[in-house]
Design a protein around this ligand. Structure first.
Ligand SMILES: [Zn+2]
Length: 68
């Protein structure tokens, strides 16, 4: 994993979202490369839930990351 200097005001959550956005935009179901796409992220206390919906086939990818 490369280390990038975080812009001022960027949170850990933003960096994690960027990581997922860069790494896994290609749909596993149809292979569509969602170049403008982003993972949405929300927190539930001790976890971050990431979600990405493929604009081509509608497949939903999710990731759960434990913060603790
Ligand atoms: Zn797809």
């Amino acid at each position: 994993m490369s280390i990038r200097r975080a812009p001022r005001g960027t949170t850990a959550l933003d960096r994690l979202r960027d990581h997922y956005t860069d790494a896994e935009r290609v749909c596993r179901q149809c292979g569509y490369d969602d170049q403008g796409g982003q993972w949405s992220a929300r927190t539930t206390g001790d976890r971050v839930l990431y979600r990405h919906v493929c604009p081509s086939c509608g497949a939903i990818e999710t990731r759960t990351l434990a913060l603790k």
